[in-house]
Design a protein around this ligand. Structure first.
Ligand code: UD1
Length: 436
């Protein structure tokens, strides 16, 4: 990763080495420890028994995870990041630190704590990690008896660590079920043991399956896991029944199963407060150009492919289908700026801590549709260059129209997206140019 290396050598006071598993930055030898920046120290708003409390972000160095970590830090939260770097780079941690130190200096704020653990969240070490953030405290139960119980310094968990390639999931379904489903189950058991029940899950619009093809914005009620009462626009009450329709690949099924497991866990134990955030199509990046989408594998999503055409890695964009029932014949998606998405996690975390109860799903999308040709045009404008196209047939498993209804997130979370597709394209192009 030459971009990352050049950054490290040019902007860092010393090279950055990840904290090894189960070490905190204070014990690590990374040479750039935010906790040791004396002029910026002093913030301990999030404190339990005199010790700082944290939000645990699993998969926190990936594309959406890193932007969410930055947003949490900007909100003054201390953060623990767990990431095994299977689809991310350690340099992302360094860039997060640079950005948050810069932000806090500008705003005159103390820098929150960042603990990084390079760890597979499914490994046995995860249990020890949770234990290391747990205090054993004396409490009095309802009968007046004293008893010892765990109190975690982890206030909430955001879980991003999952495999997400449709094509790969068809080739390696068991790997997908192992990571996305089995991994989640053991994580939940560990969290339950340590009394951590505030949980935010990265879900996807893929759970709507064939319902996307109905040609109207998707509502959370289009997929429920337990029977649910629903009051429609005309004031009629119906009972919605759980039903998944046309889940097109193992990846989609892992997200569906994961949500169903979370809904069952929440129904079985009132302590759980679980939010599933159904992402539509995240694009863009932090305007600084220091964070962005940089997957290790082959790019398959539209915007990453488009930037590869602009940088000469590919000759043209293959447009998958020109015969969809849309205004220009190309498929419509709901592109949402990753910063809006990150802010959605903060809103969900706050809502969950204050009002969460059981399991609740929220769409995170912009609420407006963009065709493939409009997406192409947005990057052409940002880069002031034209993008060659080649027309190919529909991609297997694709849908023609997938747009979010954002009503529930607006009403309940008080969250609304702010950025346009043009802004997504401008920020993305800035990131790509910086890397070049
Ligand atoms: C895809 C996955 C979805 C997953 C999401 C993760 C499929 C069928 N769906 O969503 O399950 O949650 O990524 O980010 O793979 N396009 C082209 N040419 C390209 C690439 C894309 O025309 O080279 C078109 C697609 O047909 C689609 C649109 O661009 O209409 C967006 O595609 P993409 O970015 O892959 O996202 P999704 O298909 O929405």
């Amino acid at each position: 990763d030459s971009y990352a290396e050049s950054l490290l050598s040019s902007s860092s006071p010393a090279s950055l080495v990840a904290s090894s598993p189960l070490t905190t930055p204070a014990e690590s030898d990374d040479g750039f420890d935010i906790e040791r920046l004396p002029t910026l120290l002093g913030g301990d708003d999030h404190v339990s028994n005199g010790s700082p409390t944290f939000i645990l972000v699993i998969g926190g160095l990936g594309y959406i995870g890193s932007h969410t970590v930055l947003e949490l830090l900007r909100a003054g939260q201390n953060v623990i990041i767990v990431d095994n770097l299977c689809n991310s780079y350690e340099s992302v941690l360094h860039n997060i630190k640079l950005l948050i130190v810069d932000h806090c200096k500008t705003e005159g704020l103390p820098v929150p704590l960042i603990h990084f653990h390079r760890l597979d969240y499914r490994s046995r070490s995860m249990r020890f990690l949770l234990e290391s953030y747990t205090d054993l405290v004396m409490t009095i139960d309802a009968t007046g008896q004293q008893k010892m119980s765990y109190r975690s310094r982890i206030d909430g968990v955001i879980h991003f660590a999952a495999c997400k390639s449709v094509v790969e999931s068809i080739k390696r379904p068991l790997q997908y079920y192992q990571n996305n489903v089995c991994g989640l189950v053991s994580l939940l058991r560990h969290l339950d043991k340590y009394g951590i029940h505030n949980f935010i899950f990265s879900s996807s619009a893929t759970v709507y399956g064939a319902k996307s093809n109905a040609g109207k914005p998707l509502r959370e009620e289009d997929l429920v896991h337990h029977p649910e009462e629903y009051l429609d626009e005309s004031g009629n009450t119906t009972i919605l029944q759980p039903s998944a329709v046309g889940l097109s690949c193992p990846y989609a099924r892992t997200k569906y199963f994961a949500e169903a497991i979370l809904a069952d866990a929440a129904a079985s134990n009132p302590a759980w407060r679980i939010v599933a955030l159904r992402y539509f199509n995240p694009v863009g990046c932090d305007p600084s150009g220091f964070l962005g989408e940089n997957p290790r594998g082959e790019a398959t999503n539209l915007y990453p492919v488009l930037t590869q055409v602009l940088t000469g890695v590919r000759r043209s964009l293959g447009v998958f289908g020109s015969d969809w029932a849309t205004k220009d014949g190309t498929a419509v998606r709901d592109y949402i700026h990753v910063l809006d998405l990150a802010r959605g996690h903060i809103a969900a975390m706050t809502w969950n801590a204050e009002r969460g109860n059981g399991f609740r799903a929220f769409n995170l999308g912009s609420g407006s549709g963009t065709t493939v040709l409009e997406a192409v045009q947005s990057l052409e404008v940002a880069a002031s260059r034209s993008i060659p196209l080649s027309w190919t047939g529909r991609r297997p498993g694709d849908v023609g129209f997938c747009v979010a209804s954002t009503e529930r997130a607006r009403k309940e979370l008080g969250w609304s997206p702010r950025e346009s597709v043009a802004q997504c394209a401008a920020d993305l192009w800035n990131f790509v140019q910086k890397r070049m």
